[in-house]
Ligand binder design. Sequence first.
Ligand code: SF4
Length: 229
Amino acid sequence: MTEEDRIREIYHRVSEAAEHWPTTTLDYYHGQPFKALIAGMLSAQSREEQTLKAAETLFALADNPEDILKLTDRQILEAVRPATYYESKAKYVREICQRLVEIDGGVVPSELDKLVQYRGVGWKVAVLTRQVAFDIHDDITVDVHVNRISKRLGLVDPSIKQPEKINEALKQVMPREFWARWNSMMVQFGREVCKPTYPQCATCFLRELCPQIGVVQTGPRTFKNAEYK
Ligand code: SF4
């Protein structure tokens, strides 16, 4: 099996399985730039359910920048409390809305260099926002799941740490048509199978395709991968 065939097989197996798994939080805001931007910012270091709860609580109070600016600081703080670092993120919510209204005319920009000007929006959130809000897939969003699983699968050198460089390394080996869904698929796969501490290697449907790089402990049963070459 060539490396390209291996990658295609990995993609297709995960893609098929992902049809039966819960969608990711940001999928809720597909095609909705403002919500995608705010939810993306809230998602940093937060679990899916925390992000969704914070975002939905906030959007129930106000779902556009002008109306959010009419909320009190306390209202915003309480709304985003489920997210980690909620005190900072509550301030970012207001600052994002202010910049949107005062500089960008209330319209979320689609350019990467403009998105990273927003408070609390780094490269990862900017790439994610472009994907979710605008269907722009020039890059692969690199979060903890993409980072961990891509390295276990031998797609990225484990010594590469920066998300931008992991993105570039993945783009070197990943067919262009796979970039759009790689992040959401890895989030789902990482929650269900290739978990951070105890990946379910013994029952994983990728086991004969995976070199398990860096895996030191697996789920309930151990698996010795003798088939991967
Ligand atoms: S075999 Fe293990 S390390 Fe490899 S993808 Fe499956 S769960 Fe992850």
